[in-house]
Design a protein around this ligand. Structure first.
Ligand code: GLA
Length: 377
């Protein structure tokens, strides 16, 4: 009897392999190629249409991006129970983005972060930029890359390529700058952002993405209970206008020491105004992105690693969010409802020759990659 049962289970096992083997292969979790689809998102004031693209991988992770501002409107990833939720702040309609908002999810350029007194000198010539943050220039000016409609093309590999020509003189910058940003989602749950640009005249360039993350999902609560790790021994000291003084201060023994994972809320009270600082990342910036930090939400188990080729990252703890805006689900977005990890060159570098250089010359190619990688623990 034993032998017959044994034989039967053996035959059953063979049948299973034959029945499921061939046909199942393409459908296995993690094995099919990432996909992209699109739909109309809304109309701009000038009548042009903005679209919304959905990148989807074989694990069911979904990222929505509109070609208005190159904005990531949603990233849906599972928690440790397998429940998916949106881990970035934003709206579910274009109108929200056309109204005033604090750069939710957008591509920032031509120069991310601040340029003091909205001026700089290149090749002996002074350029005056739009002053949109007191006397200073912030995030590309009044109409930065976050407020323009980008050309969009979908790729067979499920990627989205956005293109924009920033014309000579736009917001005060010299030279025509052709920018390309490729968003792709891998089956390893990595959102890869690949930026490149070329110019016909020397100009500063510093591109980043301004997503506000809240790993608890669907804007529930704040990010003070998240733990953060940043591989940086120092940060750029800033004055009261958040302009670097030129000093690099060691993080050792300060609330800026995130070399080991630390709960964000633990020391934020010791940082006047909250975190809004550029961390000087360890390791040489190179052509290949390196792991520079991780964000973790112990409640949901969601974790996000950040990899970049950039020398710095602005950790902004959502200090200016004030509960006057509602997200797509109708929740009010209050102080610390989300945080940004903006990979970048240092603020005010065009006026700080001692910082890593940011001037792109004709004939050169600006290239930088940042990856947000999601997992659960
Ligand atoms: C950046 C800046 C902050 C703030 C936000 C937008 O991250 O560093 O000071 O301006 O953008 O509100």
């Amino acid at each position: 009897m034993k032998r017959i049962t044994g034989l039967l289970s053996f035959l059953f096992a063979i049948c299973l392999v034959v029945a499921c083997g061939g046909e199942g292969q393409g459908d296995e979790i993690g094995s099919s190629d990432p996909e992209i689809s699109s739909r109309a998102f809304g109309e701009l004031e000038d009548g042009r249409q903005a679209d919304l693209y959905t990148l989807r991988n074989s694990n069911g992770v979904e990222v929505d991006i509109t070609n208005y501002g190159g904005i990531i409107t949603s990233i849906r990833v599972p928690d440790r129970e397998g429940q998916s939720a949106n881990v970035v702040l934003g709206f579910d309609n274009l109108e929200g983005y056309l109204d005033e908002h604090p750069y939710f999810g957008a591509i920032i350029g031509r120069y991310a972060n601040r340029i003091s007194d909205a001026r700089f000198v290149v090749d002996g010539q002074e350029y005056l930029l739009a002053a949109n943050n007191g006397d200073n220039h912030l995030h590309g000016g009044i109409r930065g890359f976050d407020k323009v409609l980008w050309g969009a093309e979908t790729g067979m590999d499920g990627s989205l390529t956005l293109t924009y020509r920033s014309e000579d003189g736009e917001e005060g910058y010299p030279g025509n700058l052709d920018v390309e940003v490729v968003y792709s989602l891998t089956n390893e749950n990595e959102l890869v952002i690949d930026y490149s640009a070329e110019t016909d005249r020397a100009t500063p360039v510093n591109l980043t993405n301004h997503s506000y993350f809240n790993l608890s999902g669907d804007t529930s609560g704040d990010i003070l209970g998240h733990t953060l790790e940043i591989d940086a021994d120092s940060y750029t000291q800033v004055d009261e206008e958040l302009i670097p003084t030129g000093e690099l201060l060691p993080v050792e023994g300060t609330p800026f020491d995130f070399r080991e994972p630390f709960r964000i809320g633990e020391r934020i009270g010791d940082v006047p105004g909250g975190y809004d600082h550029n961390f000087v990342l360890n390791g040489e910036p190179s052509a290949l992105p390196r792991l520079i930090g991780s964000l973790y939400d112990p409640e949901s188990g969601r974790k996000m690693d950040v990899l970049t080729t950039e020398p710095g990252v602005q950790f902004y703890s959502g200090n200016f969010l004030d509960g006057t805006i509602r997200d797509g689900a109708g929740n009010l977005i209050g102080k610390h409802a989300g945080l940004c990890l903006e990979t970048q060159h240092f603020p005010d570098s065009p006026n700080r020759p001692e910082f890593p250089p940011v001037i792109l010359h004709q004939g050169e190619k600006y290239e930088t990659i940042t990856i947000y990688r999601f997992s659960v623990e």
